[in-house]
Design a protein around this ligand. Sequence first.
Ligand code: HEM
Length: 290
Amino acid sequence: MRWLRGSTAWLITRHGDVDAALRDPRLRKNPQEALTPAQLAAAPRVPKLFGPLQRNLLSLDGADHDRLRRLVHQAFTPKRIELMRHQMQELADELTDAALRRGSMDLISDFAAPLPLTMIARTIGVPEELTPRFRAWTRALLSVADRPLRGVAGVLRFMRYLRRLVEARSREPYDDLVSALAAARDGGDRLSNDEIVALLVLLLTAGHETTVNLIGGGMLALMEQPGQARRLREDDALLRPGVEELLRFTSPVETATERWAAEDLQVAGSTIPSGPGRPPGPHARLEKSQ
Ligand code: HEM
């Protein structure tokens, strides 16, 4: 498969192979750990200003990842999760009540998209009056890959806002997620302000499209199979396993994030060479050009 600027990537699709690959310590999320200095120097550069965003849970391995998880975990206490569950229900009710009053709804723009965005804004502790600006920043963040120039300015403004928020909550804690992240300690260790900003940005990117896709794709699947939709409506006990099944059936995230091979490795009879992807070789017939 063609990947970043024409280099190649391997798409692993069989369950057993995927399971083994996800556990294989030779496949790293952090390219710094897999590529040589020369390969790193030749790789596309990430603008320096975005550097801090790269140290996030989805881009780290091993001890670095464990350290972040231990610290972040402290902020997600059972009490906070319960509160989030309650806020999520309230928000879902608000959005569906508004649709009922209007008499119609566009599932994506009236429900699936505002649900995760508003929820994450409230979880982070963005004041209600800033919500429209928060939405614009988020749009910039999510479009930065397609429209870099327009996106970059928005992302920078967004990062500046988040950095100020983290500084303010570190000085004067509230009962919110950012304050809890700033207060988290593991021995003498704590999250740096940049690490908190990177996590908040990750929550937005990881939590947004995934949720929109699950709701949109899930509803489409149910409309295509009215018998299944009827079973769900008639039996509340099926709702929870039904959502699990829709996660599997609709695959709201089609691929995991990319990994880099720190050593050559064999997967299902193919050799994945270490380092950055190379031009298509003998496996070209298995690859799909994008
Ligand atoms: C339908 C909803 C969702 C799906 C299908 C989904 C799927 C995934 C997948 C496949 C990964 C692993 C990616 C990889 O390792 O390459 C992941 C990681 C992650 N997701 Fe989600 N996600 C969903 C919702 C959310 C939400 C709502 C949030 C937060 C607001 C979130 C935050 C994260 C974070 C922080 C990670 C990194 C965890 C770590 O590496 O320790 N996700 N998600």
